[in-house]
Each structure stands twice: as structure tokens, then as C-alpha cells.
Design a protein around this ligand. Structure first.
Ligand SMILES: [Zn+2]
Length: 292
């Protein structure tokens, strides 16, 4: 990523999730490859999980268990001799949208990313807001239904159990039990995905449309909560599920309008990410740039 926040070159590799040595070697390999193409001055890394601002350790990363209680910055810096900055991936995404994406030039921005789960990052008063320990922005694990669904985090009724790819699939299964008349009925087990439900909704399948309406109401409710709590200037929504385009956002805007204070709602457009799928990459790079 260059200084202005444009991706110059990209490479992909599978993440060795269970062996820290392998993970570091993989990262060193990627960085070395990129160094052959351009001068690399700093490295920024977005990581799914809780990162402590006190120790710079990853406290927990459910999908990359080898990072638990690990400060990735120090060993990597030693291997490559460059400054290294790590950050929670949704925080990095928020920073990217604020530094060079949909929210460029604003002061108070909420970024929500919808994938397997629901991630969130906050830029408040022009600064990435990390909270006391670095764990702020875990909006996906705020409760929207006290007696709702069990979440992957262990709690009940988290926003993520409704508004995420997995939440959409769970909602579809509930609807299909009551109303089997749907093209979605043909998908068995893992074949039922948020993407297929979206395709069915676009084709006018009533069950799929109802699933997206229900999901967008929860998303709108969540946006209204954050509007009343923080009075942000913009809510930016990215993530794989947003490939669904405006179908979720229109419903979310309607619901947010019903629930938030009107002046707060009017001050806060809900928009799609400009940088997706690169928000986190660009944000991590911008964090490394700004830390230097
Ligand atoms: Zn949860």
C-alpha cells in the first residue's frame, strides 16, 4: 500500500493457525516477496481477535489460536528489521475507511463489517478509539435479544447471531421450518449460504426476502443504538455480506429512522464501504504509516 492508501501489490497465503513459527515464516515470506517489487518501510497487520494496548499482545484470537497471548510485533520486527504494527482487523478497517475511504475527512465514524461474524471499529474525534484495554468496538457481541440465540462467544442474543452470514443462515432455517415453500429448500446442510439466500431474494423468493427484511431490521436497530449512543457522522458498512449491496441497507435505514432520535439519524448516513475488500489492508498500512 502506498503512502496515499492505494493498494500497489497484493499476495495471498493460507494462515497457519496452529503454529506460531509457521505463521511468522509465512509473513516473512510474503514481506520478502513484496520487497522485491517495492521499498517497504513499515508493516501493518490486521488480526481478528482482542489486542491489548497495554502489552500489544493478542489476548485471544478464536480463528488463529497460535496467536493467543502473543506479541506478534517483536519477533517479526526482529526477523525483518522493519517497524511492525498490529491491530484488531475491524479497527484497521475503520481506520482505512476514515483515512482514505468512505469516511475520509470526518471526525466521528462507526465501521461495521459483516462476514462470518460482525466486526466493528470506531474513529471518534479523529482518533481510532480503542477503549481502556484495546477491546472497544465489540459491537457484534452487544445484546439485542436477551432470550435469543446462543452466540459463538458463549453469550445469548448477541447482535452477531442475527446480523452476519451465519445469522442470516440461522434466520433462513427458522423461516424454512415454518414455510417450506421456497427455492432455499433445495439446499442441504452447508449448501445453504447467505450468498444463496441473497440470490433467492433477488429472484423474489418470499422466504429469502423475509430473511433479509428481518436481518435488515436488526441491523437498523443496531445502527439506531449507535446513533443515539455516539451521534456519529457516518456509519460505514463493509464485509462479505455487503456484496448483497443495498438490499440490507435500505431496510436498515428505515428501521434506524424509526428508532433513533431524528436529528441524530439525519446527521448520520449509513453507507457502503468504499475500500472493501481492502479496508483492513489499507487501514493496517495507514496505521503503520502514522505510527512511524
Ligand atoms: Zn457474542
Amino acid at each position: 500500500v502506498d503512502e496515499s492508501g492505494t493498494v500497489s501489490e497484493s499476495h495471498k497465503a493460507p494462515t497457519p493457525a496452529h503454529n506460531l513459527g509457521d505463521l511468522i515464516s509465512e509473513l516473512v515470506g510474503l514481506i520478502t516477496t513484496l520487497q522485491k517489487q517495492a521499498k517497504v518501510v513499515a508493516v501493518g497487520i490486521g488480526i481478528p481477535g482482542l489486542r491489548s494496548v497495554r502489552t500489544r499482545e493478542i489476548q485471544t484470537s478464536p480463528h488463529i489460536p497460535c496467536l493467543q497471548n502473543v506479541n506478534l510485533e517483536a519477533p517479526l520486527r526482529e526477523r525483518i528489521g522493519l517497524p511492525v504494527v498490529t491491530e484488531n482487523d475491524a479497527n484497521a478497517g475503520a481506520y482505512g475507511e476514515w483515512a482514505s475511504g468512505a469516511a475520509k475527512g470526518l471526525q466521528h465514524v462507526v465501521y461495521i463489517t459483516l462476514g462470518t461474524g460482525l466486526g466493528c471499529g470506531l474513529v471518534l474525534s479523529g482518533t481510532l478509539f480503542r477503549g481502556a484495554s484495546g477491546y472497544a468496538g465489540e459491537f457484534g457481541h452487544t445484546t439485542v435479544e436477551p432470550f435469543g440465540r446462543r452466540c459463538a462467544c458463549g453469550a445469548i442474543g448477541c447482535l452477531e447471531t442475527r446480523v452476519s452470514a451465519t445469522g442470516i443462515v440461522r434466520t433462513a432455517r427458522e423461516h424454512l421450518e415454518k414455510n417450506p415453500q421456497s427455492v432455499l429448500q433445495t439446499y442441504q446442510g452447508d449448501q445453504l449460504t447467505a450468498h444463496r439466500i441473497y440470490d433467492a431474494a433477488i429472484q423474489g423468493d418470499k422466504v429469502a426476502v423475509a430473511v433479509f427484511e428481518e436481518t435488515s431490521r436488526f441491523l437498523g436497530l443496531a445502527c439506531a443504538n449507535v446513533m443515539n449512543l455516539l451521534n456519529p457522522e457516518m456509519i460505514v458498512i463493509g464485509g462479505g455480506v455487503m456484496a448483497s449491496g443495498e438490499i440490507l441497507l435500505n431496510g436498515a435505514r428505515k428501521e434506524a429512522q424509526l428508532r433513533a432520535f431524528r436529528p441524530s439519524f439525519l446527521d448520520c448516513p449509513i453507507v457502503q464501504s468504499k475500500l472493501w475488500p481492502d479496508s483492513g489492508i489499507i487501514g493496517a498500512a495507514m496505521l503503520a504509516r502514522d505510527a512511524a
